[in-house]
Write a protein that binds this ligand. Structure first.
Ligand SMILES: NC(=O)c1ccc[n+]([C@@H]2O[C@H](COP(=O)([O-])OP(=O)(O)OC[C@H]3O[C@@H](n4cnc5c(N)ncnc54)[C@H](OP(=O)(O)O)[C@@H]3O)[C@@H](O)[C@H]2O)c1
Length: 256
């Protein structure tokens, strides 16, 4: 196997929601593979700590606060990245929030919050990255973090599931439009991976029942997304675009 197949040496990556959970892990995996990484999110202190860990491991990282729902903050973050290292050519569109409530009880502001962050936010960031890559005539890779809930239905997650289904379709349409610009757009659709988003849930009885329905009988660890992230970010996936890759212990094949 060619050692350099998954190398990201010389790449400039931006990760949204790098302050915790999957995003923090994605940022360190990209840095370890040789990319210079900009960590973004709203919680500056956590971003600084994550960047510090990357520096200690010998990687290159910097921090810029960015709320994905704020169009001007998105432009500012890309300006910042461009000033320090040039055009972002690997984007991990990871920021996301969940809201657990049955459809009849959901308030419209909760609906808006989830769609604004998970779908409109991901679009604002992808559009910014795409515009700049096209302007610079450079190739790039965009990785959207979707969910198996964007592919199958579950009760009490309507806005989240709708936002992730939208992100899956956005992955396909951007892939179609941007292939001519050598910008690949793919998505990872994780099943249940233990992070702050769901830790409390998996401590409950319904969480335990959910785990029994996963064919591998366990939730995933964030590190179990490392391989697919490196595949999609690097030239190892040079002929892949518009792909939605599930990483879910087989969950999609059984009852959610
Ligand atoms: N864990 C799972 O089982 C699972 C499964 C499928 C898909 N996913 C997806 O994976 C992604 C990461 O989830 P996670 O499990 O790591 O959850 P998490 O630990 O709650 O992290 C979510 C991240 O999103 C960021 N974020 C939220 N709102 C934001 C905003 N308005 N602007 C910028 N950043 C924002 C947060 O950063 P700040 O608070 O600092 O802004 C945080 O770092 C999400 O898109 C989620 O839907 C997770």
């Amino acid at each position: 196997m060619n050692d350099r197949l998954f190398s990201l040496a010389g790449r400039k990556a931006l990760v949204t929601g790098a302050s915790g959970g999957l995003g923090r892990n994605f940022a360190s995996v990209l840095a370890a593979a040789g990319a210079t990484v900009v960590l973004t999110g709203r919680r500056t202190k956590q971003l600084e700590q994550a960047a510090e860990d990357i520096h200690s491991a010998g990687g290159e990282a910097s921090v810029i606060p960015m709320d994905v729902t704020d169009e001007s903050a998105v432009a500012k973050a890309f300006d910042y990245a461009e000033n320090i290292f040039g055009c972002v050519d690997v984007l991990v569109n990871n920021s996301g929030i969940a809201h657990g409530e049955l459809a009849l009880d959901i308030k419209s502001n909760d609906w808006d919050r989830v769609i604004d962050t998970n779908l409109r936010g991901a679009w604002l960031v992808a559009r910014e990255a795409g515009k700049r890559l096209v302007g610079a005539g450079q190739p790039g890779s965009i990785i959207n973090i979707a969910s198996i809930l964007g592919l199958r239905a579950l009760k009490a997650v309507t806005p989240y599931a709708v936002s992730k289904a939208g992100l899956v379709q956005m992955t396909r349409t951007l892939a179609l439009e941007w292939a001519q610009h050598h910008i690949r757009v793919n998505a990872i659709a994780p099943g249940f991976i233990m992070t702050d988003m769901n830790r409390a849930f998996f401590g409950t009885e319904s969480g335990a029942r959910m785990i029994k329905r996963i064919p591998m009988r366990r939730v995933g660890d964030p590190g179990e997304l490392d391989g697919v992230l490196l595949l999609l970010a690097s030239d190892a996936s040079s002929y892949m675009t518009g792909s939605i890759i599930t990483v879910d212990g087989g969950h999609l094949q059984s009852t959610l």
